[in-house]
Design a protein around this ligand. Structure first.
Ligand SMILES: Nc1ncnc2c1ncn2[C@@H]1O[C@H](COP(=O)(O)OP(=O)(O)OP(=O)(O)O)[C@@H](O)[C@H]1O
Length: 580
């Protein structure tokens, strides 16, 4: 089985930031929290620099003051001592507060991003999502959005902090010596501008490949779990597991490549820090020219500046690794945009026309339709169904029967016109269209939810609360589904993937039960059934036919079927011919 993956071309840093701009804009609702986080990070950095600088000055000044009795007695130990304690407490509290606030803001933002992504995806279904597997969408919704935390948490705030830290240190150094200040400015610019650009380039390819390799691994794992039965039956499980192991090895190869780059980043920053400290000491030694006296304060200030430089490097230290991860973040953002920038194939008007008296008259005129692969399915189909008429749509498999039902539910765009009670479907809002129809698709989906929830989803939201548990039980009795759980907790029985499995026939009867519930709404005038009795034994099929017969009077029916028995429900049969 091959994997459908997209290979991304390496992009420049400018393009990456342009591509990420919309995601930065999505952080706007949380800007207050992020600003507070930044201020706390700044306070922490100032406290760190202050703590080391003051401690360095204090220790050296104390030593110099101790050289004579007079200076030792005159020296004020208390104010610097209190300052060291103050900075130390502020640094701990600041770091705690900063972590709390920025993580809280990021988690809120990621939750908001998931809602935003889902809102973008929902109108695309089903036509716009056919190109994506479920596992791909899930991967994007969960893993890719998680990867974006690097953008907010590890990139923007640290970058701003490094700039602020650099400026502060250079100003402090300039007060002591212009040469030292200039050297620090050059070194820190290298650390803020050159190194991040270099590590961005080093990390871009393995970062993108990591995201890709993880997606392939997740897709294969999800396919493996979903296709267990087939894999076991055909003895293909071992072969398939090998492809999973291959995918896992590829993830490890890419992660190792990323780890190597991360190690290099730590090494380069450590070397740069060491060299800079040596430079500060050397330049400082030249500046003070051997004068360590307390009067000029030179010695203590030199130690203070050296330790302040050390602390300021804390701010630039995370930048190379953050930029190394940028390729990964960009890759995740691009994959999200691939989905969210698609235009829905079908758009519903917000306020559609309201049908006065729903009759269920359906008119399809000159319908042409092809799926995105371009193969024509319907070519000039016309069909008129009178209000209350019952019609069966028959024809060889693959001739387009189910597709026609999907056009009437507006799943796909088409050429020609379909009207309901004289109104083109395009003029109906989504709610009005859904409310006017009871639909049973070819494949009935059972949600991982209670039986009650699985039935109530067929009830229009406007009528929520009007359907009681007794009504639900009555419907279950009609379709013969009261046996699937003990009577005492029948409606609370958990179904679907995480609950009780249902047979194919039971699933179809859940579909019929949903239709029966929808038919209680007087605004529902059209019933579309796709092979409603497929997979049922003749007795159960006969029972379903009489249940539907009782519920259908006054409603228009268009039913796809291959089963002769169910034709007794209809007055007319329309045969669809295959195009070739
Ligand atoms: N999502 C899709 N993308 C591309 N082609 C599709 C899609 N769904 C169906 N088709 C193709 O469109 C054609 C019509 O399919 P459709 O399901 O409407 O046939 P049908 O008459 O209902 O068949 P059956 O009686 O077997 O249910 C078939 O050739 C099918 O392969």
């Amino acid at each position: 089985m091959s994997d459908k993956t997209q290979t991304q071309q390496p992009a420049s840093l400018g393009k990456v930031f342009r591509d990420l701009k919309p995601f930065l804009a999505l952080a706007k609702p949380y800007k207050g929290r992020f600003a507070l986080g930044y201020l706390l990070a700044l306070a922490t950095l100032i406290s760190s620099v202050g703590l080391l600088a003051l401690s360095g000055w204090f220790i050296t000044a104390t030593a110099v003051a101790g050289l004579t009795v007079a200076t030792a007695q005159a020296f004020n130990f208390f104010t610097p001592g209190a300052g060291v304690r103050g900075f130390s407490i502020a640094r701990t509290a600041g770091r705690y507060g900063e972590r709390l606030v920025t993580h809280d803001a990021t988690f809120r933002l990621l939750a908001g991003l998931r809602v935003w992504f889902f809102e973008k995806v929902e109108p695309l279904a089903p036509a716009g999502l056919k190109g994506f597997r479920n596992s791909e969408l899930l991967n994007r919704l969960v893993a890719d959005i998680d990867t974006l935390d690097g953008l907010y948490l590890r990139l923007i705030s640290p970058l701003l902090l490094a700039v602020a830290g650099t400026l502060a240190l250079v100003i402090l150094a300039a007060w002591f010596s212009l040469d030292t200040a200039l050297m620090l400015l050059v070194v820190l610019l290298v650390a803020i501008v050159v190194l991040p650009g270099w590590f961005f380039r080093l990390g871009q390819k393995p970062g993108q490949r990591t995201v890709q390799a993880r997606e392939i691994l997740r897709n294969r794992l999800m396919d493996y779990v979903a296709g267990q039965t087939e894999l076991q039956i055909y003895g293909a499980a071992v072969r398939y597991r090998e492809t999973i192991e291959d995918a896992e090895s590829e993830v490890q190869v890419q992660e190792r490549a990323m780890a190597r780059v991360a190690g290099l980043a730590i090494l380069v920053i450590a070397l740069l820090t060491g060299a800079t400290l040596a430079g500060v000491v050397l330049l400082g030694a030249v500046t003070i020219d051997g004068d360590l006296s307390l009067g000029h304060n030179h010695g203590p200030v030199l130690v203070m500046l050296t330790l302040a430089t050390m602390a300021a490097f804390e701010a630039v230290m995370p930048l190379p690794s953050a930029f190394q991860m940028l390729g990964q973040t960009h890759s995740a953002a691009t994959r999200l945009r691939d989905v969210t920038e698609q235009q829905p194939a079908v758009v519903f008007p917000a306020d559609g026309v309201v049908p006065e008296l729903p009759m269920g008259e359906l008119q399809c005129s000159d319908i042409h339709f092809a799926y995105p692969n371009g193969l024509p399915v319907l070519n000039g189909l016309s069909l008129h169904i009178q209000p209350g008429e019952r019609v069966a749509l028959v024809g060889p498999t693959g001739c387009g029967k189910s597709s026609l039902l999907q056009l009437i539910t507006r799943d796909w765009p088409y050429q020609g016109q379909i009207t309901l009670d004289g109104q083109p479907l395009e003029l109906l809002s989504e709610h009005q269209l859904r409310r006017s129809m009871a639909v049973m698709p070819q494949k009935v989906h059972i949600f991982s939810a209670t039986l009650r929830d699985n039935l109530l989803l067929a009830v229009d939201p406007d009528l929520a609360g009007t359907v009681s548990d007794d009504d639900l039980i009555e419907v279950l009795e009609h379709v013969g589904l009261t046996h699937i759980a003990p009577e005492t907790n029948l409606l609370d029985t958990w179904l679907g993937a995480a609950g009780q499995a249902l047979s194919g026939g039971e699933q179809r009867r859940i579909g019929i039960a949903r239709v029966l519930l929808r038919l209680k709404d007087h605004q529902c005038s059209l019933v579309l059934l796709d092979e409603p009795t497929e997979g049922l034994d003749p007795d159960t099929e006969g029972r379903m036919i009489s249940v539907l017969n009782e519920a259908l009077p006054g409603k228009t029916l268009l039913m796809v079927t291959h089963r002769p028995a169910v034709l007794e429900l209809v007055e007319r049969t329309v045969t669809l011919e295959p195009l070739s």
